[in-house]
Design a binder for this molecule. Structure first.
Ligand code: NAD
Length: 306
């Protein structure tokens, strides 16, 4: 099997002036893609702006023999980011939604601004860029989208309620885009990275930090975006040269009443609680139809009195 290349493909990476985005942009650039290096160049809390971050990565890609252009728009103006791809390269094939900021506070101290800014960059920004690219992907019958979530979203993390909510929102966004895009060969997957960057330099222990190179995650993201990769609607966690798939699982559950004519009392719930919450036979459901199907089966068994 040959090398996986991106010749002729145009790849937009948001927040590509540093950290993970920079590693993605450099890898795509080294594999033949034309890269739009988007970065607002602000501080880690969403303050300020500068063109130097994106420019430095464009220079690095060009020095290595690749093709790239800088874009300094905020992802909140997603249509402008995609326009940069169209104006410079005439097409767009891959969109990596990676730009991010943090405004960590314990839940009780989160201001409206802390909430709104984090949601604007992560969730609204990913919505805006993706909505601008989607009709182009549809028309050409090809597109690859990455959303960037976080273990803080999947599991929660002290001091990151605003960020956790936005990051879990991206999982929902990706799940629906994956369904809507599938028939047009548009795949949307979620990456859950853990990497050394300015967002994590004061969070991760120093010995772990040294091992968490963004370059070790970039190949996972690149593979997900290759035309040969069939993965769609998945959550892929990656760090330190490791990758795995995450899924939401559901317990087998329990009927809370014995006859279709019965109601459900609070005591019925208490008495069945152990079975409701037992994860011993937990399973992953692939779709909302599967969830509805399972509900119908439960109702059928109630009706037949089994
Ligand atoms: P980073 O701060 O090094 O990079 C983020 C980049 O996004 C910065 O260069 C910043 O200027 C840019 N940016 C911020 N707001 C922007 C906006 N409105 N428009 C365009 N660009 C903007 O951080 P990183 O660790 O490389 O994070 C990349 C992504 O990965 C983020 O979405 C982050 O939440 C996510 N993530 C990172 C980790 C980790 O361990 N580093 C863990 C989970 C999730």
């Amino acid at each position: 099997m040959g090398d996986l290349r991106f010749d002729g493909r145009v790849v937009v990476v948001t927040g590509a002036g540093a950290g993970l985005g920079r590693a993605y942009a450099l890898l795509f650039g080294s594999r033949g893609a034309k890269v739009v290096v988007n970065d607002l160049g602000g501080g880690r809390h969403g303050d300020g702006k500068s063109s130097s971050a994106a420019d430095a990565v464009v220079e690095e890609i060009k020095r290595n023999g690749g093709t790239a252009v800088a874009d300094y728009n905020s992802v909140v103006d997603g249509e402008k980011v995609i326009k940069t791809a169209l104006d410079n390269f005439g097409r767009v094939d891959v969109l990596i939604n990676n730009a991010g900021i943090l405004r960590d506070k314990s839940f009780a101290r989160i201001s409206d601004q802390d909430w709104d800014l984090v949601h604007a960059v992560h969730l609204k920004g990913s919505f805006k860029t993706t909505q601008a690219a989607f009709p182009i992907f549809k028309k050409q019958g090809y597109g690859r989208i990455i959303m960037t979530s976080s273990n803080s979203g999947l599991y929660g993390n002290f001091g990151q309620a605003n960020y956790s909510a936005a990051k879990m929102g991206l999982v929902g966004l990706a799940s629906t885009i994956a369904i809507e895009g599938a028939k047009n060969n548009i795949h949307c997957n979620v990456i859950v990275p853990t990497a050394a960057s300015r967002l994590t330099e004061d969070i991760l222990p120093p010995d772990l930090y040294a091992e968490l190179k963004p370059e070790l995650i970039a190949p996972v993201v690149a593979y997900l975006c290759h035309e040969s990769c069939t993965e769609n609607g998945s959550i892929i966690e990656s760090a330190a040269g490791w990758a795995g798939k995450c899924q939401i699982i559901r317990s087998n559950g329990s009927l809370l009443r014995t006859k279709i004519t019965d109601g459900v009392s609070v005591e019925n719930v208490r008495d069945k609680w152990q079975k409701v919450t037992s994860m011993s036979n937990a399973e992953h459901l692939d779709s909302i139809q599967e969830a509805t199907g399972a509900l119908m089966t439960s109702l059928d068994s109630l009706r037949s009195g089994e």
